[in-house]
Design a protein around this ligand. Structure first.
Ligand code: VG1
Ligand code: CO
Length: 543
């Protein structure tokens, strides 16, 4: 075994975004690229000497090769140990749990989440801190700074570590512990929810379909739902992780999980449908004949969480990202608890959870979670829903109908314009930014604009300020249009337009969302001139 010091040079563009560094897989596979970034993480966090890391990923193409490189580099940098999921597999929430449970110095998670996998698709790598959550900006800033000055990386020359066998081995002076990726996570879930009640629900004939989308949650869902909770064999579909996610797009929304939607809207639909994304931190909830938007799901979970043992004592507070609908705000108001509005990206929830100010948090992009880990957690959300269904014995549709009766309904939709030329997307945003001050008071498409600003966030825990977090326009009656550019794309720019309106008239709670939102959609177009700027007649993806 030889320790090598390989000379390298700064590589442009290795700036971690909201969820680490995401690039085309072939970029990561380019000469020195992965090594360069991994060394920059190690340097950015003050070296690895004596530290223990959790390492694992969602099983996408290059996951296995990249982990071998990371292990050889960690050993060369003097790490004490790496805890690795068997065959390199760990869902994002399971990795977060392991980091916390084993009190490690953090972890490296290999994933591009819901982006497709494969040699022509996407890869990603992110560093999570010892609290189990994504690195905050002051840490990713240091990692980025290290990419700008790097001159060499350290690696050990040796063969591959066998990650198929559970147990402990050594690589140079570093211990490698290969663990069952599911065991600790499943135990955590069992400690949070009433598994007996959910088991009784399944035993009574309740039927479910969980679409793992050929991604990482397959083994987790199979063990927990079918193994421990007694759901019928076959409840989990597409449950074997594959390097290219079966050629699909592991994004649990009505577009990419259309197969599940079709089943749930069909004649013989099961009682409950759910899906999760590439790395297992997102969820989609579908009842028989009813798709539940992530914003509505967050609101319902907040209202009913006390039915699960872990939350029986009530919630300390809730948090949602700014573009997420205000449905949860009204639940918080009724419960008399705080509701925080944070910028997009999981990392902004971390401080609130650590400080005990929030218990539940969620994003409109289908990420919901609680203080049990420091990532959003797809299966956790599914299990909390199951716990609520088991206790209330109501259908998903009835639960939502009751919820809207009580709180009103926030119609909500996100329109994405993908792979727009960056110049054009930036031009749209800056033109809109320029007119913001003139908007309040104006009437557009029959709606009165009451507010318009660029969202900035002052973290109430550490006092840090994050600016430029999206342009938002508020309408009389509670409607909104929000504009922001994605921070996770790997080609061109993705413009996200978030649309929302509030309905409290009991006669109007069951409309089609796009129809209910028509005035807000038209107003957003008139104000931002999306078609003219992007040259697109319609969004690429509507969720
Ligand atoms: C998207 C979502 C955001 C989410 C992020 C990471 O970011 O909108 O809500 O936190 O992905 O999710 P953006 O910048 O593309 O809008 V995951 O499941 O990809 O880690
Ligand atoms: Co994800």
């Amino acid at each position: 075994m030889k320790r090598l010091k390989i000379e390298t040079r700064p590589i442009a563009g290795q700036k971690p975004g909201t969820s680490g560094l995401r690039k085309k897989t072939h970029v990561f596979m380019g000469q020195h690229y992965l090594e360069n970034y991994v060394q920059s993480i190690f340097d950015g966090i003050g070296g690895l000497g004596g530290k223990t890391l959790v390492v694992g990923g969602d099983g996408r193409y290059f996951n296995d090769r990249a982990i071998q490189v990371i292990l050889r580099m960690a050993a060369a940098s003097g790490a004490k140990a790496c805890i690795v999921g068997q065959n390199g597999i760990l869902s994002t929430p399971a990795a977060s749990n392991l980091i916390r449970k084993r009190s490690t110095s953090g972890g490296l998670i290999l994933s591009a989440s819901h982006n497709p996998g494969g040699p022509e698709a996407d890869f990603g790598l992110k560093y999570n801190t010892p609290n189990g959550g994504p690195a905050p900006e002051h840490v990713t800033d240091r990692i980025y700074a290290a990419t700008q000055t790097i001159a060499a990386y350290h690696i050990i020359e040796t063969g591959d570590v066998d990650l198929g066998r559970l147990g402990t081995s050594t690589l140079d002076r570093m211990t490698i512990e290969v663990v069952d990726p599911v065991a600790d996570y499943a135990a955590l879930m069992e400690s949070l929810f009433d598994f007996d009640a959910i088991r009784a629900l399944f035993a009574s004939g309740f039927r479910m379909r969980f679409d793992a989308m050929h991604a990482v949650t397959g083994p987790y869902a199979t063990e927990i739902l079918e193994g421990r909770l007694g759901a019928a064999p076959g409840t989990v579909v597409h449950g074997t992780p594959s390097p290219d996610f079966g050629g699909g797009h592991p994004d649990p929304n009505p577009i990419w999980a259309k197969e599940l939607i079709d089943v749930m809207m069909g004649k013989d639909a099961p009682d409950f449908g759910a899906a999760s994304d590439g790395d297992g931190d997102r969820n989609m909830i579908v009842g028989r004949g009813l798709y539940v938007t992530p914003s509505d799901s967050l609101a319902l979970l907040a209202a009913q969480a006390h039915l699960a043992p872990a939350y029986a004592g009530g919630l300390k507070g809730v948090a949602r990202s700014m573009p997420t609908s205000g449905a949860v705000d009204r639940v918080a108001a009724k419960l008399g608890i705080a509701c925080y509005e944070t910028p997009t990206g999981r990392k902004f929830f971390g401080n609130l959870l650590d400080a005990g100010r929030a218990t539940l948090c969620g994003e409109e992009s289908a990420g919901t979670g609680s203080d049990h880990v420091r990532e959003k957690d797809g299966l956790w959300a599914v299990l909390l829903w199951l716990n609520i269904l088991a206790v209330t014995k109501q259908s998903v549709a009835d639960l939502m109908a009751d919820h809207w009766q009580t709180y009103g309904r926030n119609y909500y939709s996100r329109h994405d314009y993908e792979d727009v030329e960056a110049d054009k997307a930036n031009a749209l945003m800056s033109a809109l930014r320029d007119v913001l001050p003139d908007l309040p008071g104006r009437e557009v498409q029959g709606l009165t604009i009451t507010s318009a600003d660029e969202f900035a966030y002052d973290d109430p825990v550490d006092g840090s300020r994050s600016e430029g977090q999206g342009l938002r326009i508020g309408f009389a009656g509670g409607g909104r249009a929000v504009f922001r550019l994605s921070g996770t794309g790997t080609v061109g720019a993705t413009l996200r337009v978030y649309l929302e309106s509030v309905e409290t008239d009991p006669a109007k709670l069951h409309q089609d969302a796009q129809a209910a939102l028509a005035p807000v959609i038209a107003a957003a177009e008139e104000i931002a001139r999306i078609k003219a700027h992007t040259g697109r007649a319609a969004p690429d993806v509507i969720t």
